[in-house]
Design a protein around this ligand. Structure first.
Ligand code: PLP
Length: 482
């Protein structure tokens, strides 16, 4: 895909697929959008889809399937135990990661729940390059804690570092020394590090982390939910990998880590999840939790139709043209926004384009949730639904104090193979308009704040009348345009 050049030299995210089934979407007038976001308590998770024009909340479970995946669904063998579908998927995972044992779960956090129940005890620490919301919530629920060891340079929002998700190896060694191996539950590497902007971890770093774990006798875990994007970046950014095929890289990962788990809502473009390992003891240690929390061992809460589609989706993940689509669309939007002066996370990563709310809305205090306010404002400006990834997504400390996030980001996720280039241009236009009118946007405060995962169901209100001011400015500039 990267080899297609236009005569102008311009970079264009050329689609290596065509649409065979489409879904009608509507763009409501801004006054209607204001009512919708008010009803949603200024929380984009609570918006009804009927009010959303471009749903960029996540890529989770909303990726476009291929015709081969759709066709495979018809082959599903529906039975409680011993389904042929399970054995086909087990084989597909063996081919993909080269691992022997597979535990199905209904989604990624369910795999994390099995891991937390198997390996976290009160007081134990889970070391990771960076946390993911559900991972951290499940570890802390079991009385453990999370320590993040991504290098400081990885947290610089604007940078040209190709692998911002890499562990700081010196800190990893120092923390193992300080804590003692008995106090560490596992070391978890997250591919395509979600909360720092979909930033990849290099193969070199994963090899080094694995070697440290093997040497110290620590359990190593890979969260492969965002592996597809990460594979693209290993191929395109890491020295020595341009000519290595994706299957070889993926199979090596299966040897590097004791346990790999994934959200198949992301990896494989279906709705499900799973855990794989080569270690029979670990498999047996985790196995009992699957029928308890998920469903019998041969479906684990997944529909057999999705399992068939996942087997195909995994094979398609090894096709460079398939996995290129998201990163090149993220890059196209990031570059367009950068040209228009909008502050974004650079280099462009996978998953989505990440806008830096610290810089976009410097007048809003972090305790007034700049990234949350930006999410609401972008919905108002364009009917575009993104996701806050900042202080709102954190949870309060046990003493009730509020940890301020390292970054205040608005993520505009790209569901795989869903959006077109004209939609990207529209997004860039509306976000740039908002940037020009940024001083109108104010902060938010909670009116209802749940104790866990508050970003999912919490309700907020604007500080001041800024949503109406934004509507007035929009009408002034765009007349009666939608
Ligand atoms: C890195 C990572 N891990 C785990 C999960 C949880 O997966 P799921 O949403 O399927 O529960 C996600 C979901 O976004 C993720 O991005």
């Amino acid at each position: 895909m990267d080899t297609v050049k236009l005569s102008s030299g311009e970079f264009v995210p050329l689609e290596m697929h065509k649409a065979r089934i489409v879904q009608r979407i509507t763009l409501e007038p801004i006054e209607q959008r204001k009512r919708a976001i008010e009803e949603a308590g200024f929380n984009t998770f609570l918006l009804k889809n009927r009010h959303v024009f471009l749903d960029m909340l996540t890529d989770s479970g909303v990726n476009a399937m291929s015709i081969e995946q759709q066709a495979a669904m018809l082959l599903a063998d529906d039975s409680y135990a011993g389904s042929e579908t399970y054995y086909r998927l087990e084989q597909a995972l063996m081919d993909f990661f080269g691992t022997r044992y597979f535990l199905p779960t209904h989604q990624g956090r369910a795999a994390e729940n099995v891991l937390a129940n198997s390996f976290i005890q009160p007081g134990l620490v889970a070391l990771m390059n960076f946390h993911f919301t559900t991972t951290k919530a499940l570890v802390t629920l079991r009385g453990g804690s999370v320590l993040e060891l991504v290098s400081e340079a990885g947290l610089e929002i604007e940078s040209d570092l190709p692998f911002k998700g890499d562990f700081d190896l010196a800190s990893l060694n120092a923390e193992i020394e300080r804590l003692g191996t008995d106090n560490i539950a596992f070391v978890r590497a997250e591919a395509g590090t979600n909360l720092i902007g979909g930033q990849p971890i290099s193969m070199g770093n994963m090899r080094a982390v694995s070697a440290v774990c093997k040497e110290k006798g620590l359990l190593s875990v890979l969260d492969a939910s965002l592996l597809a994007d990460n594979l693209y970046f290993i191929k395109t950014r890491e020295a020595g990998f341009a000519d290595v095929d994706l299957a070889t890289i993926t199979r090596e990962l299966g040897q590097l880590f004791d346990i790999i788990y994934f959200s198949a809502r992301k990896l494989g473009c279906v709705r499900g999840g799973g855990i794989v390992t080569n270690n029979e003891e670990l498999y047996k240690q985790m196995r009992g939790f699957v029928p308890l929390f998920e469903g019998f061992l041969t479906y684990g809460g997944m529909s057999v139709r999705e399992m068939e589609a996942l087997a195909v989706g995994l094979r398609e993940t090894l096709d460079f043209d398939v996995i290129s689509q998201t990163p090149i669309f993220v890059r196209a939007l990031t570059e367009e926004l950068t040209r228009k002066g909008v502050p974004t996370v650079t280099p462009a990563g996978g998953l989505g384009c990440h806008i830096n709310a610290f810089k976009f809305l410097p007048h809003i205090k972090q305790s007034h949730y700049p990234a949350g306010a930006l999410a609401a404002a972008v919905f108002l400006a364009g009917g575009i639904r993104g996701m806050e990834r900042g202080t709102l997504s954190e949870q309060r400390n046990p003493d009730g104090s509020e940890p301020l996030a390292e970054m205040e980001l608005l993520r505009l996720a790209f569901p795989k193979r869903v959006f077109s280039l004209s939609q990207v241009k529209y997004i860039a236009d509306r976000v740039a308009w908002l940037f020009a009118n940024r001083e109108l946007v104010g902060g938010l405060r909670f009116v209802e704040e749940p104790p866990t995962l508050r970003f999912f169901f919490g309700r907020l209100e604007p500080l001041g009348n800024w949503p109406q001011q934004l509507v007035d400015a929009f009408r002034c500039d765009f007349g009666d345009s939608l």
